[in-house]
Design a protein around this ligand. Structure first.
Ligand SMILES: [Zn+2]
Length: 494
């Protein structure tokens, strides 16, 4: 008996000794991989649904791919056949390449898409698994790392190019429809002990993603205009917003009147009776069929500024409309309209609609060549997904066109707030920049949502807007303008 104990003891000591001097050996045994990972402060890959998510279409993944990953992923997908996307939050690598390639093939076999979210990271074997996604997308801030692999004493490139060791990877990439150059590039990109973060050019070149998710420019513009740095865009103190809009107009390639996008004006402030200075920013795109007839797409860019030391950012009122003007200008510059379209960012709206009043009083083109005005004021925040179009009470000839466009939107598009005799609803036709056009007899419509708790409050911040709603209102407006431009209706005789 004693002798057996000694033998077992010596064997154990040898095993412990091997493990201490060569901990890699632990990874050879699947059952111990999880433990070994924990010892190294790494987490073995886990698949889960976050508690705050009610939809179970997206399966989350975090951790290092190990011997159990094939079984784990099969189990997760068998139990949740509705899963369409694997969201790889942080998958820094794999400790078992054989299992990794099998688990990855399982992902492809089931037509699952892969996605790396904002600030997400995949690397090494994680990148290989990412490539198994049928559709693959990565957020602009996500990181994708690659490097060479190494055997016990050799780096991959020490093996001749036609060596058997390369073949299993080349075969895998071929199955995933990734060009074989990708494999050789990863071996050159960084040694096994290091990592290379792929550049956007490399990601495109090697077809690593099938979909590029650029940050949404409409939202980025709104966020910028509504940031504290813009100090609430109060009239007289909104030069930063002017610079921003002017630069955008220039970059888009809008034409200007009299060689400047700036149309400065003065107005008398109601409260104080003082004369004040303000600036409208105006550019246009020339129409291909009716270049001398103009549609005016307008929104005010000013807001309340800083009140008692608090910045009123006005994200919805009206960084939303301003961002929409810029993106519409960009769109119509690329898709030449039939009529010329003027894009006007009005100042001093909050002090009494002065920008638009001045525009109509001193128009950059003869007023009788302006056929129509579209106004946008507060179009990014509504919990009921409801957007109003006002103006069809006065100009019913536009309603059928707009109804047709609205039918294609998943928003609740309502018409109203434009009938002065309707006592159930506030009358909006004189509360924003379309008013001056209305009083000049120019047909107009206005897009806006009903007031929310942030209205004229310091909580009108970018964090509170509804991004999906905003993207949809923007598309609704874009399609509406396009429909009106292409099929300009005759006035209805009253
Ligand atoms: Zn407003």
């Amino acid at each position: 008996m004693k002798k057996t104990f000694i033998v077992i003891g010596i064997l154990l000591l040898i095993i412990v000794g091997i493990v201490v001097f060569n901990p890699q050996i632990l990874f050879a045994f699947r059952a111990t991989q999880k433990m070994a990972l924990n010892l190294e402060g790494e987490q073995a890959a886990a698949f889960y649904f976050p508690e705050n998510k009610t939809s179970k279409d997206t399966l989350y993944m975090k951790g290092v791919i190990y011997g159990g990953t094939l079984g784990d992923i099969k189990e997760a997908l068998d139990e949740n056949p509705q899963v369409t996307t694997l969201r790889m939050v942080e998958v820094p690598g794999s400790v078992d390449d054989e299992v990794n390639l099998l688990a990855s093939r399982e992902i492809r076999k089931r037509n699952i898409n892969t996605y790396i979210p904002e600030q997400g990271m995949v690397a090494s074997g994680g990148t290989d698994m990412f490539l198994a996604g049928k559709e693959r997308a990565a957020h602009a801030t996500a990181k994708l790392g690659v490097h060479s692999w190494a055997g016990m004493d050799k780096e991959a490139l020490d093996y001749p190019k036609d060596h058997e060791e390369h073949k299993k990877y080349l075969k895998y990439y071929e199955e995933m429809n990734i060009p074989s150059e990708f494999y050789w590039y990863t071996l050159e990109a960084a040694p096994a002990s290091n990592i290379h973060w792929m550049t956007p050019e490399e990601i495109t070149k090697y077809k690593v993603v099938t979909q590029t998710t650029k940050p949404n420019e409409l939202l980025t513009i709104q966020q910028t205009l509504a940031s504290d740095a813009f100090e609430g865009r109060g009239t007289g103190k909104n030069q930063k917003a002017q610079d921003f809009i002017r630069n955008y107009f220039k970059e888009i390639g809008l034409q200007s009147f009299n060689n400047s996008f700036d149309i400065p004006f003065t107005f008398k402030e109601r409260k104080t009776g003082k004369e004040r200075k303000a600036v409208n920013l105006v550019g246009y795109v020339k129409g291909k069929t009716y270049p001398d007839t103009y549609l005016v797409v307008g929104a005010h860019y000013d807001h309340l500024g800083v009140v008692d030391g608090v910045v009123y950012n006005g994200a919805d009122d009206n960084a939303s409309g301003t961002a929409a003007i810029i993106m519409l200008a960009k769109y119509f510059k690329k898709n030449t309209p039939e009529h010329s379209i003027i894009f006007a960012a009005f100042d001093a709206e909050e002090l009494g609609l002065h920008g638009s009043i001045n525009f109509v009083k001193s128009p950059p083109v003869p007023l009788d060549q302006i056929k129509f005005n579209v106004n946008m004021d507060m179009i990014s925040r509504n919990p009921k997904n409801e957007i109003y179009i006002s103006g069809t009470h006065q100009f019913p000839q536009f309603k059928p066109l707009l109804q047709k466009v609205a039918a294609k939107s998943s928003l609740k598009v309502s018409f109203g707030h434009d009938d002065p005799s309707d006592t159930t609803k506030d009358y909006w036709m004189d509360s924003s920049d379309n008013s001056a056009f209305l009083h000049a007899g120019i047909p107009n419509i206005s897009f806006g949502e009903e007031d929310h708790p942030g209205y004229h409050h310091h909580t009108d911040d970018f964090e509170r807007i509804h991004p999906t709603f905003f993207k949809k209102t923007f598309l609704l407006i874009q399609s509406s303008i396009e429909a009106i431009d292409k099929n300009f209706p005759n006035p209805v005789k009253k």
